[in-house]
Design a protein around this ligand. Structure first.
Ligand SMILES: Nc1ncnc2c1ncn2[C@@H]1O[C@H](COP(=O)(O)OP(=O)(O)OP(=O)(O)O)[C@@H](O)[C@H]1O
Ligand SMILES: [Mg+2]
Length: 479
């Protein structure tokens, strides 16, 4: 019995000791020293090979590989975790950049191999185990190329192109370009986070699907329809989308397009990695005589032009409502994703109150919620404007929102943010989801469900007419 007792006591003491030892190791940072010593010990059993990437070549020209490796290394989390590194301000406000320090050593992992980089004067030196070199070096350098190209792409300044009226046969230079600096991001837009996440992952899977689209012989493009009343964030969403993708924006004003072939030329003159936008398409299509025909627009939406369209493009069309739009315009393939932009509801209101007034909660919120439950006919733009005008007094801002909601916006006085009542028709609280259409948005939780249900049917009877496309399905195939 005594032996058993002693054994148990010994086990307990060992456990306590190990626990305390672990705490001391972690809390004091001793663990890093132990790891370092262990690595040095381990290194004694390995042969390393060094590769130097000089900043300049023999003719003192810049070595592009040096730039790429530098960009890549500065993006690694190990820079952040290293013992020391440099901090600089970036181009954007509040941006802080991490930069390698001379003689800093950075560790990276690739395909299970440990790789070290040493930042010497005007050289970056790669240190790799000889045993790993043959297997890892080439794909690793390829990986650096790809990542640094992506990072460079993300850093460049975006441009907004607008089309101007052409003169005679001179179609050259029809696009006019200005810097695109719209600050909108998916985070600043008040809409269901589920919808935002779906759009983001849809875009990401689209970007990865180049080979897939090519194999199918399809133009590598993705088309979005944003529809909903005025002031619900459609244009802001386009800006957010362009910022998310770091793509230039080509905003096509159809009233400045002379005919179908002119429209084709505009598309041909756009560059890859761009968002092509046509706003208020429903209004244009409903006009009696237009310079561009319906078939011209359909061909444009198909992007069936030349090989120059084989590079990725995202097309975005906006409409106030799609009820009266020709079904051919909305069919899958022409429009891949339908996103509904509803009038403001309580969830959107809370997002706006948080971003415009810094309010997470307020004693007037329950009252606002109650009014929203009875319905509302104000857009996020209208509510946002009321908040901006009263931003110094959150209570006053909320009271004015309540008043505007109760009076259906009529009491907004000087702050009458023109509703395009003639364009939108009478405002509807429930959206205008067409029959059987697949929609992302707040048109009731049913919208997404319906969308999935519909695609369920679509997968079975893939040949039948329908108006939507399922992101999940595409992701599986494309990824
Ligand atoms: N959902 C939203 N979240 C945050 N801000 C919004 C939202 N909707 C509108 N706004 C704000 O309202 C203003 C107008 O929005 P926007 O131009 O994007 O609306 P729209 O749907 O394009 O309207 P229209 O159909 O009249 O062109 C913008 O300043 C934007 O910041
Ligand atoms: Mg707009």
């Amino acid at each position: 019995m005594t032996i058993l007792y002693n054994l148990f006591f010994l086990l307990f003491i060992t456990f306590v000791f190990l626990f305390l030892f672990r705490v001391v190791l972690i809390k004091t940072g001793l663990i890093f020293t132990v790891k370092k010593k262990w690595r040095l010990f381990e290194d004694c059993f390995h042969v390393y090979q060094l590769f130097k990437v000089p900043k300049f070549n023999e003719s003192m020209q810049r070595n592009q590989l040096y730039h790429k490796v530098f960009v890549y290394l500065n993006s690694l989390t190990s820079v952040e975790d290293s013992d020391f590194t440099n901090l600089f301000t970036g181009k954007k406000p509040n941006e802080i950049l991490l930069r390698l320090d001379p003689n800093q050593i950075i560790e990276d992992d690739f395909l299970g191999a440990k790789i070290l980089w040493i930042n010497e004067d005007n050289n970056l030196v790669l240190k790799i185990r000889k045993a790993d070199k043959r297997r890892v070096l080439r794909p690793y350098l390829q990986h650096i190329h790809t990542i640094s190209d992506d990072l460079d792409e993300k850093k460049r300044d975006l441009k907004l192109y607008v089309n101007v009226v052409g003169h005679g046969d001179d179609h050259k230079g029809r696009w006019r370009c200005v810097p695109f600096t719209h600050p909108s991001t998916f985070e600043t837009i008040a809409m269901e986070s589920d919808v935002k996440n779906k759009v983001k992952s849809d875009l990401e899977s689209f970007l990865k699907a180049k080979q897939y689209y090519h194999r199918l012989g399809r133009v590598w493009k993705r088309s979005y329809l944003l529809y909903g009343p005025s002031g619900t964030g459609k244009s802001s969403f386009i800006a957010a989308l362009a910022n998310f993708l770091s793509y230039d924006v080509y905003d096509i004003d159809l009233s400045k397009v002379s005919d179908d072939s002119d429209l084709k030329l505009l598309l041909l003159q756009s560059t890859a990695k761009s968002v092509i936008v046509i706003e208020d398409l429903d209004r244009y299509l409903s006009e009696k005589s237009t310079a561009v025909s319906l078939s011209g627009i359909l061909n444009f939406m198909d992007g069936m032009l030349t090989s120059s369209c084989s590079e990725e493009r995202v097309m975005v069309f906006t409409m106030n409502g799609k009820d009266h739009v020709d079904q051919a315009v909305l069919r899958p393939g022409r429009i891949d994703v339908h996103i509904h932009f509803p009038l403001c509801d309580f969830t959107a209101f809370k997002t706006l109150a948080n971003s415009y007034l810094g309010l997470k909660d307020h004693k007037l919120f329950p009252q606002v919620e109650e009014i929203f439950q009875n319905g509302s006919s104000l857009s996020p733009a209208e509510i946002g404007e009321l908040m901006i005008a009263n931003r110094n007094s959150p209570s006053r801002a909320l009271k004015s929102v309540i008043h505007a909601l109760q009076t259906d916006g009529d009491g907004r006085g000087a702050l009458n943010i023109g509703r395009r009542s003639t364009e939108n028709g009478p405002r509807k609280l429930s959206g205008e989801m067409g029959e059987g259409s697949g929609v992302f948005g707040k048109e009731g939780a049913n919208a997404v469900k319906e969308f999935k249900k519909l695609y369920g049917l679509l997968r079975v009877k893939s040949s039948r007419k329908s108006q939507s496309f399922d992101l999940n399905g595409d992701r599986k195939e494309g990824g």
